[in-house]
Write a protein that binds this ligand. Structure first.
Ligand SMILES: [Fe+2]
Length: 467
């Protein structure tokens, strides 16, 4: 069972819908009956959503805490609207419950900055709406045939997709909590310490082909498919993500003042916005402090650096005489098992993520120290590839050979190849990512200027012929 979490409302008043009460492995469609897995996944997601909104009053739920984010009450009703569209209408074939809400909660029609001005449902209305939708979707889950003839319902895919969608919004809502000013409302126990052992700074990933992407993961999304062979030359990868201490050396060395380390667009962005350090850091005397979910605390040197944009990650890597790994390199390091030649679901094997493997699921409210989770190590020896922080890669977001949009273009297709702008791929998931939305094939993407996401990075270098 996962370690108990103490996200505030539950630590004060233990709730039956504790998001950590259910073992995430019970929501693994590989391990258990997909219908049962879908029910657990939906319940876990809803318990987390409630924990993120019930700790704030109505004014805080309707406020826009940052122009980068929606009011939390928008996320809440959007979760219900998407669930209604996909589970009640598409999977269940039932009439729409609240079709008039569709335009208000369509993420493409309403930019985040405009959402506070919309006639949104209030917090109580939004809660009642999502509960009504959930009742209907659980009825559909029990009654619908999970036939392979319908790819939407095969292996309960659409239910897994909706649970992942809700968890992804929960992660976005957690980012809103981080941007919000005001007293802390979330708490959780600290992550586990790293074992006292000397780790090599980098690990060698041998060259050769490996299988990237998947055809067999039941709830994998369209952009993770299809599986295909990719030849990746040998390379060295950091054993652990770049730490705050290492990043601080770059800051202290004047890294933000030296154009030679920066991508030209990154340099322009740094100058225009006066960036000097990761988001949420501030200097006080000789030390650096950070703001984290309402607490101001010294920057912990041993934790992976977080809240850096792609340009900062790229500049650090160049300063260090290294580079960011490509997405294929990252996935090969995370999945390729040289002993068998096959690709694993996760770095440690095919078992679903448990609390011993990775810092996932908001059990903790910060990354674990670099080197933690030895049981989650990959065959190459790299640690913390899943969990803790998202990791920027050097790759643009593109479709795999044979990519087919499913079940709708707006999930991935419109973002591929830069239709909506410049996107870099992030891999691995952060502490605020639920296991249902985290696997070694999972792909995230964002603009290279984004810093409010829970993103860090690790660096790589080419292997010499003699390595
Ligand atoms: Fe969404």
């Amino acid at each position: 069972m996962p370690a108990p979490s103490t996200t505030d409302p539950r630590s004060v008043d233990p709730r039956p819908d504790d998001p950590h009460a259910a073992d995430p492995r019970a929501s693994d469609p590989h391990a258990v009956d997909p219908r049962a897995a879908a029910r657990v996944a939906l319940e876990r997601a809803r318990a987390r959503t409630r924990a993120l909104v019930d700790c704030l009053d109505d004014d805080e739920l309707t406020a826009q805490h940052s122009r980068l984010m929606s009011p939390l009450v928008w996320d809440l009703a959007h979760i219900g609207n998407q669930e209604e569209i996909w589970l009640v209408r598409a999977a269940g074939g039932r009439p729409a419950l609240r079709p008039e809400l569709d335009p208000l909660y369509d993420a493409f029609r309403t930019p985040r900055a405009d959402r506070p001005a919309l006639p949104l449902l209030g917090p109580d209305e939004a809660r009642a709406f999502v509960a009504r939708v959930r009742e209907a979707s659980l009825e559909v889950l029990e009654s619908v045939e999970l036939t392979t003839a319908n790819p939407l319902s095969a292996d309960a895919f659409v239910f897994g997709m909706v649970a992942q969608h809700e968890q992804q919004h929960d992660e976005t809502m957690l980012a809103t909590h981080q941007l919000r000013r005001g007293p802390a409302v979330l708490t959780a126990p600290p992550p586990p310490a790293a074992p006292r052992e000397a780790l090599p700074a980098e690990v060698l990933v041998p060259g050769g082909p490996f299988t990237m992407g998947t055809d067999t993961e039941p709830w994998a999304l369209d952009n993770e498919r299809p599986a295909h062979r990719v030849d990746v030359p040998a390379f060295w990868l950091d054993t652990v993500p770049v730490t705050n201490a290492a990043y601080q050396e770059f800051v202290d060395a004047g890294g933000y003042d030296e154009p030679r380390w920066w991508h030209p667009r990154g340099w322009a962005y740094v100058r225009e916005h006066g960036l000097r350090a990761p988001l949420f850091w501030r200097r006080e005397g000789d030390s650096w402090l950070r703001r984290r979910f309402g607490h101001v605390e010294p920057v912990p040197p041993e934790q992976p650096v977080m809240h850096v944009c792609w340009y900062e990650a790229d500049a650090y890597a160049r300063w260090a005489g290294r580079r960011l790994p490509t997405e294929a390199e990252w996935e090969k390091a995370a999945r390729h098992d040289p002993a068998t030649g096959r690709s694993r679901r996760h770095p440690w094997g095919d078992d679903a993520p448990g609390p011993e493997h990775a810092n996932l699921g908001q059990r903790h409210l910060e990354p674990a120290p670099a080197g933690a989770y030895p049981r989650g190590a990959a065959p190459c020896g790299a640690r913390q590839l899943l969990g803790d922080v998202w990791e920027w890669t050097s790759s643009d977001f593109t479709g795999y050979p044979g990519f087919a949009a499913f079940p709708y273009d707006e999930y991935s297709k419109v973002f591929l190849g830069g239709d909506y702008g410049d996107y870099k791929v992030l891999r691995g998931g952060a502490f605020g990512v639920d296991p249902v939305a985290c696997r070694a094939t999972f792909r995230n993407w964002d603009h290279p200027i984004r810093r409010q996401i829970f993103a860090g990075f690790r660096t790589a270098r080419d292997a010499e012929v003699t390595d």
